[in-house]
Design a protein around this ligand. Sequence first.
Ligand code: ZN
Length: 313
Amino acid sequence: MNWISDWALPKIQTLFGAKRDVPDNLWHKCPACEQMIFHRDLERGLYVCPHCAYHMRAGATQRLQWTLDEGFQRIELPKAPADPLRFRDSRRYVDRLREAQAKIGQDDAVLVAHGAIEGERAVVAAFEFNFMAGSMGSGVGEALVTAAKLAVLQDAPLIVFTASGGARMQEGAISLMQMPRTVIASRMVKEAGLPFIVVLTDPTTGGVTASFAMLGDIQIAEPGALIGFAGARVIEQTVREKLPEGFQRAEYLLEHGILDMVVPRPEMRATLARLIGLLRNHERAPLAEAEPVPGLAALPAPDAARDEATQSS
Ligand SMILES: [Zn+2]
């Protein structure tokens, strides 16, 4: 405004130790080693602690940005019925949903985009754990089916980054129906001869683990990610035994054959590009002669999909 507000007032405030306009989120504390990390270093390091390599949770938008080349396009997802059961617990489900939508700035817990990964064409779907714990209701089911159809239409592999607490209880049986639905969606991709790659991130549990998330042609996880169906405490109480160290963590699952790879986040993009390159070059010839695939209008019934696959093979 003038020299008083621009120069003199800040000087006086500094002299007298008045409140300083320093944002309080410049430094982050690592939840694992408790060291402080400057926010720029954190962003540059893809939210992996530079001191102990702890992988912090990441959002769906970050996943897309970190994975896809510049210029990727997010696609609009079909609207799912908002509250099919008119469910209410301590609050109405529609209110919870609206609150999450306002807070996160997306319609439901999954974002879908298409583009390229180091030049390799790909469709990527990413879960947002902060959206109602990444729970899978009809909106999420719809997103994954759309992603699968898009992959088939574009003749591109489908990569899904999961982060979910499981089925969305507010949608009851409808949320459980998303399990077979997403399994069928993943099968559409496979039957078109396209790679389906799942990247399990912290945490992936419940109905998501129990459906499409374990059906990838290649199962990747981030270091330290919690992956399981029921929680460790529930299992411990049921089997009445102490569970081994690192139970349900990515490294343990890799050792026991549930996963193919555990890939640190900074290497994820290059790893995905390499995998797609390997898988696609090998398959490219028969793919060109594949049957035309159903459009975005309807998802074929499982039997129809199977018949189609038999015809084309
Ligand atoms: Zn740390």
